[in-house]
Design a protein around this ligand. Structure first.
Ligand code: 4NP
Length: 152
């Protein structure tokens, strides 16, 4: 069975679709499945934000097959690792967990780069394109570490 990893942000149109695309590009698809979801349901069914699509494309990653979905408590069973983008996402996801085992699956993604610092990936939705480049670089660094960690 493939190991399943879920990336979570608020809208599932800016940060977590990028995280999904970046981590997928670093893993063998026959062994790992990566998906993403939002804690909010405002954009269910939508394509990623055009600015996320563009920055991913710049690094040869296509995320246009993705459609936004809302995080559901069922995802605790389905996924082995759940990476959230910011502390509000962490609070919202943890609030839906029914056991310690479920809570332990949830990690702030930048803690992979800066352990225990609880740094958030800034929400680029209301910012300019530079915000998306910045988010891409942060997520690329985190996903490189995650890929190494889960493969060996
Ligand atoms: P994301 O960014 O959580 O990185 O997908 C956002 C996208 C949309 C909204 C908020 C954040 N929104 O409020 O619509």
């Amino acid at each position: 069975m493939r190991t399943k990893i879920l990336m979570v942000c608020l809208g599932n149109i800016c940060r977590s679709p990028l995280a999904e695309g970046i981590l997928k590009s670093k893993l063998d698809p026959s062994k790992f499945e990566v998906a993403s979801a939002g804690t909010g349901g405002y954009h269910i069914g939508a394509l990623p934000d055009q600015r996320s699509i563009e920055v991913a494309k710049k690094y040869h990653i296509d995320i246009t097959d993705q459609r936004a979905m809302k995080f559901s408590p069922y995802h605790f069973e389905e996924f082995e690792y759940i990476y959230v983008m910011d502390t509000a996402n962490y609070r919202d996801v943890i609030a839906l967990a029914l056991s310690e085992k479920e809570k332990e699956k949830v990690k702030l993604i930048l803690n992979e780069v800066h352990p225990n610092e609880n740094t958030s990936v800034p929400d680029p939705y209301y910012g300019g394109d530079q915000g998306f480049e910045n988010v891409y670089q942060m997520l690329d660094e985190a996903c490189t570490i995650i890929a190494k960690k889960i493969q060996y």
